[in-house]
Design a protein around this ligand. Structure first.
Ligand code: ADP
Length: 597
């Protein structure tokens, strides 16, 4: 029996996740893939493996719990691949040797299928002296091009295009070059770019103050050719314990730089912005880590060599009596799915291969996982709620709270059963911001028993796995369109096009609803105001200890001034970052609505 209602879902399973044995197909149906996963994840249980395999299988059945793509593709196959979707690379020491060593590490990580993030802020600015050769340094952007070429060369695991994130501090002297880089349609196509923006910078923008572009003094050579070489400032960057003496290489107006970032984001949808102080303030492990990068889509801020694995609860499976006056969400079902999902993701850490030993040390030391939701927008539609309404945001926040509490409760129980994560320090952990905000019963649980996983919640883009799950709306994004065409990259590098109809739309029609007279809650991403996108992310942020992947759709004719103020709102709402997409000639849209093709 096939569980697939959509042609594209079967295609995704067949090409990305179905196990083949030397070209002969080994898995006859998607249930075989679920059993492979369930058995592999249960194989690291110290006891009752058959019991856990049954539990895990039931959680996967009907696409209720969607493990991240790497887990689906790799678990139980015997292939030398990682089961982690997300990595951040080690900090790049500012020497040619270290740069190419990190490049090699990046290549080895991508070869196994992981997406990577890299902070390039430690590389000295273009134009400063290079001691060994007496030449002039070419700056972070030039080295990013080498990473880009590496990524283009390695078609990471099968038909998966490589994805990377590059970050740069907003006070790095090359920041303007970085911000403008992707205006060139040929530049850095395998990177998402994000500027690390700190509170000091946002204050300087508000005050219309000067903003010094600086670099740590100890790294600059005496023969530095930049102007302004005499002036020094002492800087303590986000998450750093010690202030450093930096040389001021140039001064700009903070507002001018901010507007430059905004203009580029408005024109070519890059760079994004990461509010790095907010990230570090809300890191459960802020007593031992500094974060300055995220994975490619931004939902997992990570320290050097950090890794995280993902899984999502498909909310559409938990709507009871859809499109009726009694429509509701099965909260207990969601909590149970999240609890079993937490155990599954925790087992991934023991089952996975690691491209680098340092990644294994980090992953086993923290046991970070990212469990989240997908199908939010479809579930809201089936519940009769408009995405941009207080009722929708309240329900979504309640669901996230249910999920978070269930994940933490499970992780505390797992600590009792299997031990806390290695880097757990009880008092410091209990003093961190998101842990202080937990219900008292969970805090008492952590105090008494410890906790198995340092971080538990993240909202992933679920780009591929949602397509697999009959095309349910991704993560917390609104439905793109109720009927559209979508191009998918195939293993031979060509694109194949599919017609897709949305699950809530199909359900509405199957229940006798008129497709020509959709009720008002059938709202698509582009019909919503940008603020509505932002408010949904802000409503959920308090329950997400990692971060949220969310792209705010911006209409072409949206005024620049309002666009700019949206980012300030994102900062004031306490989001960890902001990514927008406004149609532009540089980034072609992958999705095409029926009728527009
Ligand atoms: P999936 O649907 O395959 O589970 P998501 O769309 O949820 O993946 O993305 C989650 C994370 O997986 C991303 O933030 C990124 O770190 C990684 N990732 C996604 N697509 C790719 C890719 N093509 N190459 C490398 N990493 C990727």
């Amino acid at each position: 029996m096939s569980r697939f209602e959509a042609e594209i879902s079967e295609f995704i399973w067949n090409t990305k996740y179905r196990v083949r044995d030397d070209g002969n197909i080994a898995e006859a149906c998607v249930e075989d893939s679920w059993w492979r996963l369930a058995r592999a994840l249960a194989s690291v249980e110290p006891e009752n493996q058959e019991y856990w395999a049954q539990c895990f299988y039931r959680n996967l059945e009907d696409f209720r719990f969607l493990p991240g793509g790497r887990i689906l593709a790799g678990a139980g196959t015997g292939h030398q691949v990682t089961l982690f979707n997300c990595f951040v690379m080690g900090s790049i020491e500012d020497s040619l040797e270290a740069i190419f060593e990190r490049l090699k590490e990046g290549a080895l990580t991508m070869q196994q299928g992981g997406g990577i993030g890299v902070d390039f802020s430690s590389l000295r600015p273009a134009g400063s002296g290079a001691q060994h050769s007496g030449t002039i340094a070419s700056g972070p952007v030039s080295f990013m091009r080498i990473w880009d070429a590496m990524c283009a060369t390695l078609l990471s695991t099968g038909s998966r295009r490589g994805a990377m994130m590059a970050t740069l501090r907003c006070d790095h002297p090359d920041i303007e070059h970085f911000v403008e880089a992707k205006r060139d349609p040929a530049e850095l196509r395998h990177f998402n770019l994000s500027v690390l923006v700190d509170d000091n910078f946002m204050r300087a923008v508000d005050a219309d103050a000067d903003w010094p572009l600086v670099f740590p003094e100890r790294q600059l050579q005496a023969r530095c050719q930049n102007r302004g070489r005499g002036e020094r400032v002492v800087r303590r960057w986000s998450g750093e314990s010690e202030p450093q003496s930096c040389r001021v290489l140039r001064r700009v107006r903070a507002q001018a730089l901010w507007r430059k970032i905004m203009r580029a984001a408005y024109d070519v949808a890059e760079p994004g912005v990461l509010f790095v102080d907010q990230i570090n303030r809300h890191n459960n492990l802020n007593y031992r880590e500094q974060i300055s990068a995220t994975n490619p889509c931004g939902e997992i801020p990570l320290p050097p060599y950090g890794a995280c694995n993902l899984g999502s609860v498909n909310l559409m499976c938990f709507v009871r009596e859809p499109f009726t006056g009694r429509a509701r969400l099965d909260r207990e079902g969601i909590a149970h799915c999240a609890a079993i999902g937490t155990r599954m993701l925790d087992n991934v850490i023991d089952l996975s291969q690691y491209p680098l030993p340092a990644q294994e040390v980090q992953a086993r030391g923290c046991r970070r996982i990212g469990i989240g939701i997908t199908g939010l927008a479809d579930a809201l539609i089936a519940l009769g709620l408009h995405y941009d309404s207080n009722a929708a945001r309240e329900i979504a926040a309640e669901v996230l709270q249910t999920l978070r509490d269930s994940a933490y409760r499970t992780s505390i129980a797992l600590a009792k059963e299997k031990g806390s994560f290695h880097f757990f320090r009880r008092d410091a952990y209990l003093a961190s911001a998101d842990i202080l905000a937990l219900p008292e019963s969970l805090r008492r649980g952590i105090e008494a028993l410890g906790i198995r996983n340092s971080h538990l919640v993240a909202i992933a883009p679920t780009g591929t796995i949602s397509l697999l799950a009959n095309g349910v709306s991704s993560g917390i994004e609104p439905v793109f369109d109720f009927q559209h065409r979508r191009r998918v990259l195939t293993a031979d590098g060509r694109y194949r096009e599919f017609e897709i109809s949305d699950p809530s739309f199909r359900l509405w029609c199957a229940r006798g609803g008129n497709p020509e007279a959709l009720p008002p809650q059938f709202v698509s991403a582009r019909q919503l105001s940008p603020r509505a996108h932002l408010l949904m992310a802000a409503a959920l942020q308090p329950y997400v200890d990692n971060a949220i992947s969310k792209t705010v759709n911006i209409p072409v004719d949206f005024p620049f001034e309002r666009f700019e103020s949206l980012y300030r709102q994102a900062y004031k709402l306490g989001l960890k970052g902001c990514t927008t997409f406004r149609p532009n000639p540089i980034t072609q849209s992958i999705l095409t609505s029926v009728g527009e093709a």
